[in-house]
Design a protein around this ligand. Structure first.
Ligand code: AMP
Length: 298
């Protein structure tokens, strides 16, 4: 089944202990699309400026991502600059230039509206509501960030009432609910609307929480993290991509989807930006999935 994603498409400048990547392809919707495209047809809805390199468009096209909803606006593409610490679990945002993103109002083409699966990437909750007003999905996933929890919590709470799954990290759970305990935090987030809560804990894996199931999954251990930018969005792409690919959202499929998310995200960390994601296919993901299963079995 098809999946639609709405979110940022960016030029990222990233410094990690492994080096510097200037104005590389980035953006939450980009990572999501490149991950989900391994499993299902993806409709990407977002905006870029006149300076967006054609080679990035060609990469997305080469992965069969449907770009009818990719708007080219006058002005410059959204830019984000970040610097990671020696411990790559920590980073500082040095600069965010909204550029064409500032005036962006998502317009979903007909085929994107009809997709049964929808992912609301990390954008202002009022834009996420605009997307929900247009689309007719059967299953909706949501990402957010501390910024929106702090400055647009009322709108975010409206969105939360209308989604099936939220994929959120542990610090965001604390900001949103005040809970430091993960299970209590998951319950408190669920009480705000989504029937499924996935809490990411970085290199410590993630927790899947619903009425039917609680699943604690480890992260796939990788030896050298070159650049973790986009790992969260890649996780979401693997997760929703697997659900869309199978067309199922039962408890067993959700568990598998979490592992797919972790596996694809592990590839993203191996090179800068989406460079590694661009190289791999479903066969690589399946091989690592099998390896991961062996690692976690006891
Ligand atoms: P992640 O590492 O999963 O948090 O995602 C990082 C990606 O999110 C980068 O490629 C950025 O371009 C993008 N990003 C950073 N800040 C924002 C923002 N305020 N709104 C939308 N996208 C953002």
């Amino acid at each position: 089944m098809d999946v639609t994603v709405v979110g940022s498409i960016a030029l990222d400048t990233v410094e990690t202990p492994s080096g510097l990547n200037e104005e590389g392809l980035g953006g939450a919707a980009t990572f999501f699309s490149l991950a989900a495209a391994n499993y299902a047809p993806v409709h990407l809805v977002g905006v870029v400026g006149e300076d967006f390199p054609e080679e990035h468009v060609r990469l997305l096209q080469s992965k069969k991502i449907v770009l009818d909803g990719l708007e080219r606006a006058q002005g410059k593409t959204f830019r984000w600059t970040g610097k990671y610490h020696e411990d790559v679990n920590n980073r500082d945002t040095l600069e965010t230039q909204l550029n064409v993103f500032e005036q962006f109002h998502p317009k979903l083409p007909a085929a994107a509206c009809e997709a049964p699966f929808l992912f609301l990437g990390n954008i202002h909750p009022s834009l996420q509501i605009e997307v929900l007003e247009q689309a007719k999905p059967k299953f909706v996933g949501l990402d957010t960030m501390n910024l929106w929890i702090n400055i647009a919590q009322n709108e975010l709470r409206e969105v939360l009432k209308r989604v099936d799954v939220i994929i959120i990290n542990d610090s965001e759970v604390r900001d949103l609910t005040g809970e430091t305990n993960l299970v209590k935090g998951a319950k408190a987030v669920k009480a705000l609307g989504p029937r499924i809560v996935v809490i990411k804990k970085g290199e410590h894996g993630c927790l899947l929480y619903s009425d039917e199931d609680i699943f604690s999954a480890p992260a796939y251990p990788i030896e050298e993290v070159v650049d973790p930018t986009g790992a969260g969005d890649t996780f979401a792409g693997g997760f929703l991509g697997h659900l869309a690919g199978t067309g199922k959202t039962d408890a067993a499929t959700l568990r598998q989807a979490v592992i797919h998310g972790s596996v694809v995200a592990s590839f993203t960390c191996e090179k800068f930006g989406p460079d590694r994601l661009a190289e791999i296919g479903l066969a690589d993901i399946k091989a690592r999935f099998a390896e991961f299963k062996k690692l976690a079995e006891f």
